[in-house]
Design a protein around this ligand. Sequence first.
Ligand SMILES: Nc1ncnc2c1ncn2[C@@H]1O[C@H](COP(=O)(O)OP(=O)(O)OP(=O)(O)O)[C@@H](O)[C@H]1O
Ligand SMILES: [Mg+2]
Length: 241
Amino acid sequence: MTITPAPPPLLELEHVDAGYGPFHAIFDVSFAVEAGRVLTLLGANGAGKTTIARVCSGLVVPTKGSVRFAGEELAGKPAYVYARRGIVHAPEGRSVFASLSVEENLHLALGRGRDKADVARRVSRAYELFPRLGERRRQLAGTLSGGEQRMLSLSRVMVDEPRLLIADELSLGLAPIIVDEVYATLATIRDAGTTLLIIEQHVDHALGIADDALLLAQGEISERGDALQMRAAVQRMLTNQ
Ligand SMILES: Nc1ncnc2c1ncn2[C@@H]1O[C@H](COP(=O)(O)OP(=O)(O)OP(=O)(O)O)[C@@H](O)[C@H]1O
Ligand SMILES: [Mg+2]
């Protein structure tokens, strides 16, 4: 019998330190995300969640440690290499072209040089994920509601068919009912096989979709576990405050 070695985790950070100039923001961060799983980073304001997200997409270069994607070392490489490997950062806010239609926004996100059939397939996939955008394909993006614009900016990164989607405060400033919709869409994206790294102020939403969670305190991982264990850890932290 031959034993096939297990594939490496999709994303693996090992002993990562990073910061901004002389400011040291995260210390000795190690974790792994297996393909198809959902990890959420929890922690107080300033704990280092966004910094870790930026390390994972190559926007912040670690001063120490390693960032491996599907087994390949990426630490120190420029951010476009991370993007080419299939790591995308969902933009905060509404990064859409207001004076263009929904469909034009999607075409622009796809860039040039793709054949027509590929563009059509990706755009119709986006409408499957975001049916409301399909209904509004001819509407100018600037006239969409805030929640719809957030969906459009998410759909603009989804047409790239990322392997790892990093979502940092995707629901910031949205009405609760729209937050539910954003999370339902993230669940569909997960079910389609995309690995997710989620940072979210709404802890319940984050733990609702996550398989695993890390709790950060002052730049270090203070607890880790599956979503259920971490629900209890967060509860403990809140009652001790
Ligand atoms: N561009 C920057 N330049 C200098 N320091 C920064 C920069 N971005 C973040 N920091 C600092 O790094 C630390 C971690 O910040 P980070 O944004 O990662 O926290 P966070 O957990 O995402 O917080 P929040 O929940 O408020 O978004 C903070 O002390 C912050 O002030
Ligand atoms: Mg942040």
